[in-house]
Design a protein around this ligand. Structure first.
Ligand SMILES: [Zn+2]
Length: 275
C-alpha cells in the first residue's frame, strides 16, 4: 500500500492501551501511555497545518508494500540482523549541547531487560538499525550534531535539543498494541506530530487513523528522561509490536522509510525551532 497521509478527520479521539509485556515475561522498562494527552489532541490541526504549509509531506517516504514485498522482507531482515553490531554508540561529552541524542533501546545490554523478540528480528537489532540509519540521514545534511547512545552507557547530565529513544513492543497477547510516541510534558507538540506523521506514512497508515488507532502521547516515565536535558523534546518512540507477525513484517518492509521519515521529522523540527 502506498497510502498518503491525509489531514485528520476528527480530533477528539482518546485511545486506551493496556500495558504491553515483553514476550519473555519481563516487565518492559517502557510502558505504553494509557491515553492521548489533551495538549496533543488540541494541537493536531494547527501543527499539521504548519507541517503541510512547509511541504513536510513531500520529504516523506511511503511503505514499499507490494509485489516485491516477500523479497524486501527477506532482504531487510538480513540487513537489520547484519547492521546492529556496527552501530557506534558513545558516552557523549557533557560540555556539548548536541542537536539530537538518539538512544537504541536495550542496545548493548547483556542481562536484565534485553528487549523483546519477534519471529524474524529482535528488538535490539531493530533499534540499532534505526538509530544508525536515522543518524546517517541527519549527518548527511552536514549541519547537525548527533550522538547515539546505548541502553546503559552514557555520560551523566548530557545536553541536547532533542532526545529520542527507539523501542519496539512485545506482548503476551499478540497484536494488542500499536506504534506509539510518548513524551515528557512540555515538549514540542510540533515534534510529536512530525514524528507521528512520518512513522504512520512509513508503515502504511493514514495519520488520521493512526492517531486514533495506535498513536498516543502522554508523559511517559521513561528512565532516561531524568538523566539528560533536552528542551525541545524528550520522546520514546515505539515502532510496532514485534510479537504480532503482521506488524513485524510491516515494520521490516517499511524500515528504511521509518528511518528516513523520522530523520526528516527531526530535521524539520530543528530547522523550525532554531533561528
Ligand atoms: Zn523496549
Amino acid at each position: 500500500m502506498n497510502i498518503k497521509s491525509a489531514l485528520p478527520a476528527t480530533l477528539l479521539s482518546v485511545t486506551f492501551f493496556s500495558l504491553a509485556f515483553a514476550a519473555d515475561s519481563q516487565e518492559p522498562e517502557e510502558a505504553h501511555p494509557s491515553k492521548s494527552s489533551s495538549e496533543y489532541l488540541a494541537s493536531s490541526d494547527g501543527d499539521l497545518e504548519k507541517l503541510m504549509a512547509a511541504g513536510f509531506q513531500n520529504s516523506l517516504q511511503s511503505s514499499a508494500l507490494g509485489s516485491s514485498s516477500a523479497d524486501l522482507l527477506s532482504q531487510n531482515t538480513n540487513k537489520i540482523k547484519s547492521t546492529w553490531e556496527s552501530l557506534n554508540t558513545e558516552l557523549g561529552a557533557t560540555d556539548v549541547t548536541y542537536d539530537i541524542i538518539l538512544q537504541a533501546g536495550h542496545y548493548n545490554r547483556k542481562t536484565g531487560k534485553t528487549g523483546t523478540t519477534g519471529a524474524l528480528v529482535a528488538e535490539k537489532w531493530v533499534t540499532a538499525y534505526l538509530v544508525k540509519n536515522i543518524s546517517d540521514h541527519l549527518l548527511s545534511e552536514g549541519k547537525y550534531t548527533v550522538l547515539a547512545i546505548s541502553a546503559d552507557d552514557y555520560s551523566p547530565h548530557l545536553n541536547a535539543k532533542i532526545f529520542l529513544a527507539i523501542h519496539a513492543d512485545g506482548s503476551v497477547k499478540q497484536c494488542t498494541t500499536g506504534p506509539s510516541l510518548s513524551y515528557q510534558d512540555n515538549g514540542s507538540t510540533l515534534a510529536m506530530h512530525a514524528i507521528g506523521w512520518g512513522l504512520s506514512q512509513a508503515l502504511g497508515y493514514k495519520y488520521s487513523e493512526f492517531r486514533q488507532d495506535g498513536f498516543t502521547v502522554d508523559a511517559a516515565k521513561y528512565y532516561m528522561y531524568k538523566k539528560l536535558n533536552a528542551p525541545i523534546m524528550k520522546g520514546l518512540l515505539e515502532v510496532g509490536e514485534l510479537t504480532c507477525p503482521k506488524r513485524e513484517e510491516q515494520l521490516i518492509v517499511g524500515i528504511d522509510a521509518v528511518a528516513n521519515n523520522v530523520a526528516r521529522a527531526l530535521s524539520f523540527v530543528l530547522a523550525s525551532t532554531t533561528p
